[in-house]
Structure formats: structure tokens, C-alpha cells
Design a protein around this ligand. Structure first.
Ligand SMILES: Nc1ncnc2c1ncn2[C@@H]1O[C@H](COP(=O)(O)OP(=O)(O)O)[C@@H](O)[C@H]1O
Ligand SMILES: N[C@@H](CCOP(=O)(O)O)C(=O)O
Length: 316
């Protein structure tokens, strides 16, 4: 479940009315998600999602919320945070920072085909281009500095072979990040967590995507690698699916062709994407948050993905 903080109907009604979104008619806690408290709030005007942020601070949140607003304004199908009469889009509910966004149509496609992978590639490239002139900046808070901090914390929980892999991959990624080839990669705001459960489809039509709370400024190639590592990997084997990967790469490149430097570094970024989620899953698994009733994601999945990416680098 992902209701860490209870919200009463009266509290939600007050907020919806202050946002000029009508009178609350129903409020329902959302089970999915692992980071924040989420409710579906129905009003006389429509359906919305109310999020209370459990870990992110008031200083960090404007980047995500204004990025969503910027992208929505450019026609990218992402939730648009609602503003009050003073133009504020970050609110407070039960002492927690909170936001209200429109509910997106569609449902998750958890068993994607090539056509879905292509649509995600196309939309990701559109998002990168639309975000290029966004005027705020915040690093990817789950980027290399966080990996360097967190690896020593999770290492004691691993067996020898896993610890050796984690150490050597972290060293490899530090080496890549210090290279001139890496510095030459184009960058901008990235979603950084565009997994299957964060994208909505109506049949083959991508209707929207959400959950921007791991977004940040990073290389566009890293974002693409994160998508390839989720949409184009079979579950539970962790094996690469070439048909879906080619479809995603083609969908992306039709909107924004990859540079030579990006093509060269794709294998390293696929490893970076696998390492990032192996570390965060190990962290969530071995150091769970107090009072959380969540079932953590399986860390060994991304260990398998990483081993696969090292053994069989994807070449373009
Ligand atoms: N804007 C939205 N439109 C439709 N459904 C949403 C929207 N935002 C969140 N959801 C629903 O809420 C669930 C949890 O949201 P998510 O952002 O993944 O939570 P968390 O940040 O806690 O991981 C999603 O799986 C989805 O079902
Ligand atoms: N996609 C990540 C976990 C982040 O969870 P989300 O529900 O906020 O997308 C993973 O699979 O490890």
C-alpha cells in the first residue's frame, strides 16, 4: 500500500476547492507506488491525483512540479499540477508538501510488445526536446554521487561475488563519468524512472506518463538506457529482447537521432541504468523505511540485468 499519511475527506475537499477544482465527491487511497502517499480525488469537475510527498523536501519539489507544468504546456501528455489563486502549485496537507494533478487516462501495459516500446522511445525523445529550454536545474538525486554514498551501506548485505560485481561496476562508472566522451553527451531534464508502471496506454496508443519524482538533469542517453532496461527486458529472466529494443531505439531516433558519442556509450549507460536500480533496490530491501508496509522490489533482477549487459553489450 502507499498511503503513509491519512488524509480526511474534509482536508481534501478544502484543498480541491482552494484550487477551484470543484466539490469533492470521492477520495480513495491508491495502492501502487512506493515513494509517496497517493489518493484519487473525484470532484464535481473531474478526476485528480492528490500526492503527499514523504521524502522529497519543499526545496526539491519545485523542480519536478514546474518541469511537469513546462512539459504539459508543450503538449507532452504528463500531469499538470493545479495552482491556487496565488499561482502556487506546491501545497501543504497534514504538514506534508502536497500537489494535485489531473488523472491520466489509460492503463499500464505490463506486457509490452514492440509497438509499445516504439511509442515510449518516440515520447521519451519528444520529452527530451520539449524540456531542453526548461529554466530550472536540479541534478539527478539518484546519480553517481548517490551510488558512491550508498554502495558502502549495502555492501555488508551481499555475498562475495555480488560485492565484487558491485565494487567493480561502481569503479567502471566512475571512470566513464570522468571521461571526455561522457562530458560530450547531450543532457537536460530526464525522467530517470520511466518504467512500465509509469506509462499509460489505451491499446497501442500512449496516453500519458507520470511519476517525475526521480527526474533531474542528466544525460539523455541515461534516460533511454533506463527505458531499454525495463521495457526491453523479459521478466523474470532479465534477458534482453532485441525486437523491442530495436523498436524503442528506432522510435527515439526518428525524433532525435543519437550522436556518435551516444552510440559509443550506450553499452556503458545500459550498465549504469542497471547499476542504479540494483543499488536502490538493495537499499530499499536491506534498509526499509520504518512504518512502511511495502513489499520491496526484487534487487536480484537488476543484478541479472547488469550481468547480462556486461556479458553481451548491445552494439548499434
Ligand atoms: N496522474 C496520474 N494519473 C493516473 N494515475 C496516476 C497518476 N499518478 C499516479 N497514478 C496512480 O498512482 C500509482 C502510484 O503512483 P506513483 O507515482 O508510481 O507513486 P510513487 O511515487 O509512490 O511511486 C500509479 O501506479 C498509478 O496507478
Ligand atoms: N522503478 C523503480 C522503483 C520506483 O518506484 P515507482 O513506483 O516510484 O516507479 C524500480 O523498479 O526499482
Amino acid at each position: 500500500m502507499a498511503v503513509f499519511t491519512e488524509v480526511s475527506e474534509a482536508q481534501a475537499d478544502d484543498l480541491m476547492q482552494s484550487l477551484n477544482l470543484g466539490k469533492l465527491t470521492a477520495l480513495r487511497g491508491i495502492e501502487g507506488g512506493i515513494e509517496n502517499t497517493n489518493y484519487f480525488a473525484t470532484t464535481s469537475q473531474g478526476e485528480y491525483v492528490l500526492t503527499l510527498f514523504e521524502r522529497l523536501t519543499k526545496e526539491q519539489l519545485p523542480f519536478y512540479l514546474f518541469l511537469m507544468k513546462h512539459l504539459a504546456g508543450r503538449g507532452i501528455p504528463v500531469p499538470d499540477p493545479a495552482a491556487n489563486r496565488d499561482g502556487d502549485i506546491l501545497h501543504t496537507v497534514s504538514g506534508k508538501p502536497a500537489a494535485v494533478v489531473n488523472k491520466l487516462a489509460g492503463k499500464s501495459q505490463l506486457q509490452p510488445q514492440a509497438v509499445h516500446a516504439a511509442a515510449v522511445g518516440d515520447m521519451l525523445a519528444r520529452m527530451h526536446l520539449a524540456g531542453a529550454d526548461f529554466n530550472r536545474s536540479q541534478p539527478n538525486l539518484r546519480g553517481l554521487p548517490w551510488w558512491n554514498e550508498t554502495v558502502p551501506v549495502v555492501l555488508p548485505h551481499l555475498d562475495e561475488a555480488q560485492a565484487a560485481l558491485l565494487r567493480s561496476e561502481l569503479a567502471f562508472q566512475n571512470h566513464i563519468a570522468a571521461s571526455s566522451a561522457y562530458s560530450a553527451l547531450p543532457r537536460g531534464p530526464v525522467h530517470a524512472d520511466l518504467f512500465r508502471d509509469n506509462v499509460m496506454f489505451d491499446g497501442e496508443q500512449l496516453t500519458g506518463f507520470f511519476d517525475f519524482y526521480f527526474a533531474g538533469v542528466d544525460t539523455w542517453l541515461f534516460d533511454l538506457a533506463v527505458c531499454l532496461n525495463d521495457w526491453c527486458i523479459d521478466l523474470p529472466s532479465g534477458l534482453h529482447d532485441s525486437e523491442r529494443a530495436q523498436a524503442m531505439l528506432k522510435g527515439y531516433a526518428a525524433v532525435r537521432p543519437l550522436s556518435a558519442a551516444e552510440r559509443d556509450l550506450l553499452p556503458a549507460m545500459l550498465r549504469a541504468g542497471a547499476l542504479r536500480f540494483w543499488i536502490s533496490r538493495l537499499w530499499d530491501y536491506h534498509l526499509p523505511r520504518e512504518a512502511s508496509m511495502l513489499k520491496p522490489h526484487d534487487p536480484t533482477h537488476f543484478e541479472r540485468v547488469l550481468r547480462g549487459r556486461i556479458a553481451q553489450p548491445l552494439s548499434l
